[in-house]
Ligand binder design. Structure first.
Ligand SMILES: O=C(O)CCC(=O)C(=O)O
Length: 321
């Protein structure tokens, strides 16, 4: 159900359990008033279905993204404990991950490797690509339903062990990951957030155990909520993987993932998780000016390759009630 919208054409798109509510506002330029009238409906649709796309939102300024995100989602968050390169645009508005245009970004619940993950992610398409560049969504409960029961049980029992090696010139440096030049601040952040650290000169290795599943606090749904498949060595293209393994070994890779007890996630298990995402992914084309809001627990996001210029901005929020 997508009740409660006013002055809008609303459709719910569905693919193998993933839903995206597509909203076309009917307003004549007064987009802020439209958002004010529809705040409750947008929030309710996001928590019920996982993702809402507002076509031609009318948002013009970057700062407006943060204001709307706060009105609909709650307090905006800094991008801490980074795992990909992004730039601050203004306040707590960032660029989305700045990976080369020919790369795919696998589906993920934002920052689910961290203890400080956002409840919601707001994406604003400031410039649509010439072709491609969609931000697909996939329902985290639908992904869970497709995974083999034995694998789910094992992850439910042990969680995920994420390992990272921060070094200059290969993945993120610790300075970029933790947004500081002060090793003491990194140590204090890590000790506050249950992250084990090991320094080797200027190289930092970290290990952190996190749950693999989550129960949504509003809907009570059990979902697959982690980035095991994205951190896993098999997420790298084969040529890159082989080169990096030769250079650093599995424990020295910029990112890797294991079962929480340290045992390996096999190639077949990685393939099963990847297939579950592929089967449930729903991708809508961006137009410049579109705004998409996702419930980060219910729904993962990713990115498809693109041509031409593309600019997608992000604000992340934490529910305050
Ligand atoms: O650029 C996008 O559409 C999303 C990129 C992404 O997955 C991210 O920044 O977490």
């Amino acid at each position: 159900m997508t009740a409660g919208f006013s002055d809008a054409d609303v459709e719910t798109l569905e693919h193998n359990g993933t839903r995206l509510v597509r909203v076309h506002p009917r307003h004549d330029g007064a987009h802020r008033d439209w958002f004010t009238r529809n705040t409750e409906a947008l929030r309710a649709a996001m928590y019920e279905h996982g993702a809402v796309l507002v076509k031609r939102s009318g948002l013009a300024e970057q700062a407006e993204l943060a204001v709307l995100a706060e009105e609909i989602g709650g307090r905006t968050l800094e991008y801490n404990e980074r795992s990909t390169p992004r730039s601050r645009v203004t306040g707590k508005v960032y660029t989305s991950t700045e990976y080369p245009a020919d790369q795919t970004i696998a589906q993920h619940n934002e920052a689910s490797y961290s203890e400080a993950w956002p409840h919601n992610v707001f994406f604003f398409c400031a410039l649509a690509a010439k072709a491609g560049g969609e931000t697909p969504v996939a329902d985290s409960a639908a992904v869970l339903d497709r995974l083999p029961a034995g694998l789910v049980e094992r992850f439910a029992e042990h969680g995920v062990l994420y390992t990272r090696t921060y070094r200059n010139g290969m993945g993120l440096s610790w300075q970029e990951g933790f947004q500081t030049d002060d090793k003491g601040q990194v140590e204090s952040y890590c000790s506050d957030h249950n992250i084990q650290t090991e320094w080797d000169g200027d190289v930092l290795r970290t290990r952190q155990r996190r749950p693999a599943l989550m129960v949504h606090p509003v809907t009570g749904k059990r979902v697959w909520f982690n980035q095991a498949h994205l951190f896993h060595v098999n997420a790298l293209p084969e040529d890159v993987r082989e080169g990096l393994l030769e250079l650093c070994g599995p424990d020295g890779l910029p990112r890797n993932a294991y079962y929480g007890d340290g045992s390996p996630i096999t190639a077949d298990e990685h393939a099963a998780i990847t297939a579950a995402y592929e089967e449930t992914t729903l991708a809508e084309e961006w137009s410049t000016g579109d705004l998409m809001m996702v419930d980060n627990i219910l729904t993962t996001h990713g990115r498809r390759p693109f041509t031409g210029e593309r600019k997608v901005l992000v604000a992340m929020t934490q529910r305050t009630s």
